[in-house]
Ligand binder design. Structure first.
Ligand code: NOJ
Length: 765
């Protein structure tokens, strides 16, 4: 702080602040920032500018294939702009100190991390969170994540991940909000607001990074890092809206995707990063690559490191995560006239702007308050909120004979490889978690029941039976807890427990790292050994409740057919066990609704509700018709449709009414429906509104979500739920990529899920 350069920076900030006091408020901030950054850049060498574009990984947390060494030395030389995957306020303070005390210009570093669904207090995986359909809760989860991360030194998160995904073979569906662009857009905006708050300079708000731009969710065959090929019209209507919503909500940074688009990898795609993102959408933050993505352009086959680094910069990349490509090759490219000084300056300026907006020049240690990290992380209050949120994300798939909620005073056999497994509760991408302190289902039931009920626990089987596969999924501190006993012995123990009980709870499904990055599956059924255990449990004649842990929709047709009750719990975070117990015991009535279709089998994939009609649709209610769009062996219907989820109570829909049979261009149409809680419990219902544009200049989906409301209805309560539609809700991208509506007939559907709706019609005049 006492060096001449540090002083100079402070003097510059103060000077520009004093000057600005006489200027208009709306422009002062920007002018101050611009003056400050121009002055600073005026002092920077080319090498120092390139240093700002460089983002090595700390090596603290391993998530990819490369890690940089000698980071301390590089920081001193001004060759590092930020660091990621390093945590704790102490460590980050120490590294920041190298930058501000030992580098020539004392420019602070920006510290990023994958804070994806909470920091140490972990919320459900994003796919689970989306099933709450509750924007306030989702924003709150991001707010608390930012609060905790910023207390521990982090000022930038690589979230939200908003890739629309329709292929559950892809492990990363767990990280996103499912298949719907409308819902995905709302969630994208809520997450950005939650992280960034209303003022990035506050020490408890962090910069967000919307990813992976773009279309990563459409990789071929659901195989990680694979190719994407898509028409523009599909992109604009179905895949791009959530990224745009995040940008509109003010996301400060964007991460380019690994995949290619129109044959050019996103990292080097000028159309994507410049024409679309910056020029059309007006994005003015910085764009970071994904991990080693510049290096990977060589593997894609579009040039050597020097060439691809130049291509990336020219396309619109500002910061290079881990490749060292921009740092080490751009000087040569500049000398050879392959890039311009202006392009380098532009990228450097954008990164300095982000640091400025975070307030790092004023106080580089703004996020390194050791006191905060001791008092604001993993607090009982945050954990309580996480528990409440988690309970809202569980989806009741089946509940025959009202097996659930569990009756008091019964003996419970708790069986299955996920029943007593704290480490696997948080799910994928939980790098700051303290897994041993998560609440397992066994913990949760014990906490809830105390001495009231007897719980007989048996593991029953391993997660998978193949030890090699088990090793692949027992990573990142999340062992599956392989039991060496024979399958026969383990099943026998579980059956004995079941026989002594009134009800069996079978905690089955995936381990946490069976979904997430580079965790794709071609078979998305339950592993055979788990099926075998289930059969044995069902054979006891005791009622079985399957508590299904999963990071993706699973193909569970056989289980749906045979098991009386299924509660899908995703990976519900650090408080999972308590939240699941709350729902199993009826303290919380489940209200989660699926945001991704569950297929009957893997052959139906990709399967999604908002598909096109085709020229030969299958008539409604039919199983098969020759020369129609269908399969010989399985009906077209999914196992569970988008929007599906049961409650302990029942909701009846009637009296769908429109305020008019026409909607005029600048008018409004009110759509109302009467919803009755006709069952025996108070409960929340997500009332969903879909539209179909019956005739268009281009073909339109059979249904599109255009509104939803989550309403809490007391037992017996009747509520009229009203939606307002305007012409804007009917717009889409036509074949010229103009965002328009087209007059004509529309259908409106309102109901409890995408397949079970009431229906009415109107005309757009
Ligand atoms: C690779 C992943 O694709 C991305 O989502 C993540 O943010 C980075 N690694 C950094 O860990």
């Amino acid at each position: 702080m006492n060096s001449p350069n540090r002083l100079l920076i402070i003097v510059l900030i103060l000077a520009s602040f004093v000057m600005s006091c006489t200027q208009k408020k709306s422009t002062t901030g920007d002018q101050q920032m611009n003056t400050f950054i121009s002055d600073l850049m005026g002092q920077m060498t080319l090498e120092e500018k390139l240093g700002q574009l460089n983002l090595p990984a700390s090596g603290d947390i391993v998530t990819g294939t490369a890690s940089s060494s000698d980071i301390g030395e590089k920081i001193k030389k001004g060759q590092v702009g930020g660091l990621f995957n390093i945590k704790t306020a102490e460590k980050i303070r120490a590294v920041q100190q190298i930058a501000v005390d030992e580098s020539r210009l004392k420019i602070p570093l920006i510290f990023g991390m994958d804070v994806i669904h909470g920091y140490q207090t972990l919320f459900p995986i994003p796919l689970g969170l989306s099933c709450s359909w509750d924007m306030e809760l989702i924003e709150k989860s991001a707010r608390l994540a930012a609060q905790e991360a910023s207390a521990d030194g982090i000022c930038w998160t690589f979230s939200p991940m908003v890739d629309i995904s329709r292929d559950p073979r892809w492990g990363r569906v767990s990280e996103g909000s499912g298949e719907d662009p409308y819902l995905g857009s709302q969630i994208a905006g809520a997450m950005v607001k939650g992280y960034q708050g209303d003022d990035l300079r506050k020490n408890n708000t962090i910069l967000s990074c919307v990813k992976h731009f773009a279309l990563y969710g459409a990789i071929e065959a659901g195989r990680e890092y694979n190719t994407v090929d898509m028409s523009r019209i599909r992109m604009y209507n179905e895949y791009l809206p959530p990224y745009k919503a995040a940008v509109d909500a003010g996301a400060g940074t964007v991460m380019a995707a690994f995949n290619e688009i129109d044959g050019i990898p996103a990292t080097a795609n000028k159309w994507l990063l410049d024409d679309l993102l910056r020029k059309d959408w007006g994005f003015n933050g910085f764009v970071v690559t994904d991990y080693t993505a510049i290096m990977e352009l060589e593997e894609h086959g579009i040039g050597n490191l020097q060439e691809v680094s130049a291509l990336s910069l020219k396309a619109g990349i500002d910061m290079d995560m881990v490749s060292d490509g921009l740092l080490t090759t751009l000087k040569e490219s500049l000398d050879e006239g392959k890039v311009t000084q202006q392009q380098i300056d532009q990228a450097c300026r954008r990164i300095l702007e982000a640091k400025y907006k975070l307030g790092l020049f004023e106080d580089p240690y703004r996020y390194c308050d050791v006191n905060r990290s001791k008092t604001e992380v993993f607090t009982p209050e945050n954990r309580q909120v996480a528990r409440e949120i988690a309970a809202q994300t569980l989806v009741l798939l089946k509940n025959d004979n009202q097996v659930l909620p569990l009756q008091a005073g019964k003996t419970i056999a708790l069986v299955g490889p996920l029943a007593d497994n704290r480490e696997n509760m948080p799910g994928t991408w939980s790098v700051a978690g303290d897994f041993a302190r998560s609440v397992s289902l066994l913990d949760g039931l014990k906490n809830a029941l105390g001495g009231e009920a007897k719980i007989l626990y048996a593991m029953g089987t391993n997660v998978v039976s193949d030890p090699e596969l088990d090793a692949r999924i027992s990573i990142f501190g999340k062992p599956t807890k392989w039991d060496k006993r024979s399958q026969k012995e383990m099943i026998a123990e579980a059956v004995t427990a079941a026989r002594k009980s009134d009800v069996v709870i079978a905690a089955m499904g995936e381990a946490a790292e069976m979904s997430g990055e580079a965790a794709c599956r071609t078979n998305i059924e339950l592993p055979e050994n788990q099926k075998e255990l289930l059969k044995a449990l069902l054979a006891t004649g005791k009622p079985v409740v399957m508590v299904l842990f999963t990071g993706r929709p699973l193909a569970i047709a056989a289980e749906k057919a045979n098991i009386p009750a299924i509660l899908n719990v995703w990976f519900a975070g650090s408080e999972a066990g308590d939240a699941i117990a709350d729902v199993l015991l009826g303290k919380v009535n489940p209200s989660g609704k699926l945001t991704m279709t569950f297929p009957q089998n893997v052959g139906q994939i990709p399967i999604f509700y908002n598909h096109k009609n085709t020229g030969r649709p299958l008539a409604e209610g039919k199983w098969f018709s020759k020369f129609r769009s269908n399969y010989l062996d399985v009906p077209n219907e999914p196992l569970y449709p988008f929007g599906y989820g049961l409650s302990y109570t029942t909701f009846d829909y009637k009296n769908l009414k429109l305020s008019d049979s026409n909607l005029i261009a600048d008018g409004e149409l009110k759509v109302s429906v009467e919803v009755t809680n006709s069952g025996n419990y108070d409960g929340a219902e997500v009332v969903q509104l879909y539209l179909r544009d019956m005739v268009g200049t281009v073909t339109r989906p059979v249904k599109e979500l255009k509104g939803f409301q989550k309403v809490l209805l007391k037992k017996g309560e009747i509520r009229t739920v009203e939606f307002t539609l305007t012409e804007k809700d009917l717009r889409f991208y036509n074949s010229d990529l103009q965002f328009v509506s087209e007059p004509g007939d529309f259908k409106v559907f309102v109901g409890t899920n995408s397949a079970n709706t009431l229906e009415a019609s109107f005309v757009l005049k």
